[in-house]
Design a protein around this ligand. Sequence first.
Ligand code: DOR
Ligand code: ZN
Length: 349
Amino acid sequence: MPDRQITELTLRRPDDWHLHLRDGAMLEAVLPETARHFARAIVMPNLVPPVVTGAQAMAYRDRIMAALPAGADFTPLMTLYLTEDTDPDDVTAAHAAGIITAVKLYPAGATTNSASGVRDFDKVRPVLDRMAEIGLPLCVHGEVTDPSIDIFDREAVFIDKILRPMRKKNPDLRIVMEHVTTQNAVDYVRDAARNLAATITTHHLIINRNHILAGGIRPHFYCLPVAKRETHRVALVQAAVSGDKRFFLGTDSAPHTEAGKLQACGCAGIFTATNTMSCLAEVFEAAGALRQLEAFTSLNGPAFYRMEPNADTITLTRGDPVAYPARIDTGEGPVTVFDPGFPLHWRVT
Ligand code: DOR
Ligand code: ZN
């Protein structure tokens, strides 16, 4: 059946392999948006202060569980924020106790709340070696922070300057390149023989840099890594719909209040938790690849993380356009929901 005749699609329940849930009132408001459709999510540790120890990850997990709406079935998969002071033994203990699923590497200064990230990659070598030994994946924000490097080139330069040498020194380390935005990253992941995968966000499959900058500046499309030119977006769509096991969904849904986004120096982050599945179904349908959606959202991620796919399913139904709220209210102020710029015909039923 050609894709345009498909009006119903049942998938294993999806997981989000890169998500920002924040804390406090913001956590309470955004968590139900994810838990409505997703069974599990890799939760980013870039709180203020960041989640750097196993004890902090456990306490954060408890706060997330306490914020879950009654009856919700959702498992947060916790991460530690890698610093130059991270203790390999603490990482090992947190992993052995089932508290953490991955460790996150932010180059210092790369993005929101990344000041405690890594400056000297040699300083974290003992932790990375230990992670390779115990099979614990490293999630990487793959952008250099050198101010002399053009912001649109920072991912490609990171691959050459940091990732290639890191993987050469430590080929057994299992790495997820988070939120890839370039053809360069897609090619790099495809060329890797083993131990490398990539997440792709919902918004990077939909917007290019014109959406941010042409005809007026649109802060709600600003995130990091920043969206690149159209050829790169097309490469990301091809990777996502290919079924290649190394590519899977990590929404990077990153809530900031309107006040945080709409100021002279606005925050990076796009909030997609609310309408991600509808957006993705639209993207996959347009690519004639609806049958690959399940691999991207529900199968490839668990395979990389060595987990079972979820046993339960969700059904997407095509019909009249779905009306999602333009923003959600939080105790900290309203958060704008990603506007894909086209009608969303697929709803989760
Ligand atoms: O756009 C982004 N927002 N990129 C990141 O890497 C961090 C995130 C956030 O925490 O807001
Ligand atoms: Zn992120």
